[in-house]
Design a protein around this ligand. Structure first.
Ligand code: OGA
Ligand code: MN
Length: 193
């Protein structure tokens, strides 16, 4: 984790976090086997209406059984008890040249917590304050890691996955290969919470 200032790191402590080695290599292989068929039904695309995203394909995968279900159960404690993740994962497959541009997930479709498991390639997730773009936080996402964004980190900062040519974690070059992420979200509070 790298931050523009110690104050910012403190402010986002517990709100933006990364845990390396959340899934083992064996588990990662099983998860990929589970999601690849769904991904292969889609084509790689170069644009998206909501996020500045390129070089990607995606699918939604129900997690009622198998390794995905086991992962869902292990990710659930990252969510508030009364706001659990939806029983499906957003599976995002990014090409080595793909990126997810800075955005805030739609508050219409996504609740207070976002949790993502990264597979295959390392990448850098950058948060930037909407209020003061000088404030940023970077998370190094190793394959098999879990990241969680909640509260201010989810609502008051954009997040992005850096493209290969900008993929550095400080001095450390983080070469991008194909990356598959399983992203878990909860529902927003409705009209009648
Ligand atoms: C998204 C997103 C991040 C990731 O699809 O909204 O922010 O980990 N993805 O791929
Ligand atoms: Mn997002």
């Amino acid at each position: 984790l790298r931050a523009s200032s110690p104050e910012l790191a403190r402010r986002l402590r517990g709100l933006a976090l990364v845990r390396g080695g959340f899934v083992s290599e064996g588990e990662a292989a099983e998860l990929l086997r589970e999601v690849e068929p769904g991904l292969r039904r889609g084509r790689y695309q170069s644009d998206h209406w909501d996020r500045a995203i390129t070089g990607y394909r995606e699918t939604e995968r129900g997690l009622r059984g198998g390794p995905g279900r086991a992962l869902l159960l292990r990710v659930t404690p990252a969510f508030p008890p009364r706001r659990p993740p939806r029983p499906s994962a957003h599976v995002l497959d990014l090409l080595p040249g793909g990126r997810v541009g800075p955005h805030v997930d739609s508050v219409k479709f996504c609740g207070c917590t976002i949790a993502g498991v990264s597979l295959l390639s390392p990448s850098v997730l950058r948060l930037r304050s909407l209020q003061d773009p000088q404030d940023w936080l970077e998370l190094l996402l190793e394959p098999g890691s879990l990241y969680v964004l909640r509260g201010a980190a989810r609502y008051e900062f954009t997040h992005e996955i850096l493209p290969d040519e900008e993929s550095f974690f400080g001095e450390l070059r983080v070469p991008r290969g194909r990356r598959v992420a399983l992203i878990f979200r909860n529902d927003p509070l409705g009209e009648n919470p």
